[in-house]
Design a protein around this ligand. Structure first.
Ligand SMILES: [Zn+2]
Ligand SMILES: [Zn+2]
Length: 281
């Protein structure tokens, strides 16, 4: 298990390595390009070289995941939006492969009420295309993230996660990113031991090994569907339940990424230190 944080890559992705070191991270998550625009996440040869030099010269950062744009919606029934989403995801995947990232974390998107059954075949098509592309890379995977569940988003329930992960004929480059706050917000109150056991059993059956975790406490109560991250130990989940969840062996190879608010500017050194202290004992 490597423990780190989402950090800024503004000014060039090579800058993200120093930003990760500054907060004491073993691993980082970055956006390539802006997460709230449709602009293609292009990387120049020069940027890639600077990034690889920074990473290989780093004393602490050992792995990196890329988070895809929030605008991507593979579950949209709007043909134009779906096409733009597919294209932006493929460009992000290509960029992530170029930097040999561990994965691309993706929110699948929202069916906006039409129901997931009507859009599952278009999602499968994209997963197959992405996996074909990823097979040409050394290690990069597409990592589906569970959502808090508001507004018809696909992937809030563990049954949705199971369905998504079983879409491709062969699942060799498709993995899972578990966001602890989203899991809780959707309604899985894993402070309760029976629910925790049920969640772990379900995850074991549908995925087995977790590639990435977004480790966040929650500002809001379970079942509210609100995507509201809180600093560890300052929210409704608490340190005990987070530790109980992540001590399962299925997380032993995961990159654990904090996406907590800190003082308002994102994860701080003390947040990463706290995560290490509860998970490394
Ligand atoms: Zn996310
Ligand atoms: Zn979130």
């Amino acid at each position: 298990m490597l423990i780190g944080a989402h950090v800024s890559a503004s000014g060039g992705i090579n800058r993200s390595i120093a930003n990760g070191e500054a907060v004491g991270a073993d691993c980082i998550q970055i956006f390539i390009g802006s997460p709230r625009t449709w602009r293609s996440p292009e990387l120049t040869e020069d940027t890639i070289r600077k990034y690889k030099d920074a990473l290989s010269g780093s004393r602490s950062i050992r792995d990196v995941v890329v988070h895809a744009s929030y605008l991507i919606n593979l579950a949209s029934s709007d043909a134009e939006l779906f096409a733009k989403s597919r294209s932006l995801l493929m460009q992000t995947v290509t960029a992530a492969c170029a930097i040999e990232a561990r994965g691309v974390v993706l929110h699948v998107g929202s069916h906006k009420g039409v129901g997931v059954d009507l859009v599952s075949s278009q999602i499968r098509d994209v997963f197959e295309e992405v996996q074909d592309e990823l097979r040409g890379s050394s290690r990069t995977k597409l990592l589906i993230e569970n959502t808090a569940g508001a507004g018809g988003t696909v992937g809030g329930s563990l049954s949705d996660v199971r369905m998504l992960l079983s879409l491709p004929e062969k699942r060799d480059r498709l993995g899972f990113c578990l966001d602890t706050q989203h899991l809780f917000a959707f309604g899985y109150d894993f402070r309760d031991h029976e629910i925790l056991d049920m969640v772990l059993q379900e995850l074991l059956e549908c995925i087995g090994t977790i590639d990435c975790v977004h480790l966040n406490d929650s500002k809001t109560l379970p079942g509210g569907l609100h995507d509201r991250h809180e600093n560890l130990g300052e929210g409704e989940i608490g340190l005990v339940a987070l530790r109980e969840l992540l001590r399962h062996p299925m997380f032993s190879e995961a990159l654990v990424i904090l996406e907590v608010p800190g003082d308002g500017k994102g994860p701080r050194f003390q947040d990463v230190e706290l995560a290490k202290s509860i998970l490394n004992d």
